[in-house]
Write a protein that binds this ligand. Sequence first.
Ligand code: PRE
Length: 311
Amino acid sequence: MSPSTPPTRFAYLGPEGTFAEAALSIAVASSEGARYPQPSVPAALAAVRSGDTDAALVPLENSVEGSVPATMDGLADGEPLVITREVFLDVVFVLAARPGTELSAVRSVASHPHALAQTAGRLAELLPDVVPLPTSSTAAAAEAVAAGEYDAAVCAPIAAERYGLVPVVEDLADHPGAATRFVLVEPAGVLPAPTGNDKTSLVVVVEDRTGALLDVLREFSVRDISLTRIESRPTRERKWVYSFSLDCEGHVADRRVGEALAALHRVCEDVRFLGSYPRADGRQNRPVPAMADDPAFAEADAWLAAIRARA
Ligand SMILES: O=C(O)C(=O)C[C@]1(C(=O)O)C=C[C@@H](O)C=C1
């Protein structure tokens, strides 16, 4: 593990006032680097790949709406990048409009598709005749409302304030208490040191055969590694061939995790390492049983070496 220079130039899903910007402020103090808002998740990832920025802060999944496809696919394909940090942010939505706008006068609503999905029920109740329109982010919608392109935006209270809008409806979420998980992404090769409470992320592609997924799961199970997320995505390059995107407990520097990855490399068509980083969801990794901890692996290595030395 080589110590790397901490990032100082950060891309994020912009413009100013997005949830991504709020998450970046949790991850990095504003005095610690320059921020570069990007028009989309692919643009934020491209900024890291081109070297224009050192890192990007992008949304990965939401506790109500699930994964963010642009991030999942952007990490699974292209020049390898790694997650070096995760950040959880509670998301609260308002319906924001230009000052003086009554709810009954709202004829158009815009926001990021994930935000529209999390408020679809309330919007249908409040504005049954309005078909919500997608924008690249919640703050982009607020900016467009300020410019007169739409009547209202679903956005964070801070975005409403930033663009001179006022909340027409507060607490708009269908399922209050939702949170979004954001990740800080850096070029492959950056590896945060193990903390004892880490997660590792991977994308694996398996052959289309009976038991292929079971073979993947077995490599974790036999080493007492708990998965915290698994989902499938189309590979897109090959029709009806899927990849599995997953997070597990532990760090690639842990023997059991390293051995599981090496085993997956043997049994899968492709394995992409997406980073090991400190766990930040407020939970503690399950205790590692004595037979799966690093000293147990070292003792087993010594035992095998002794047998081979005698042979
Ligand atoms: O548009 C924003 O403000 C974002 O940061 C993106 C995003 C998302 O992709 O899920 C983040 C949190 C909310 O769930 C809605 C939108």
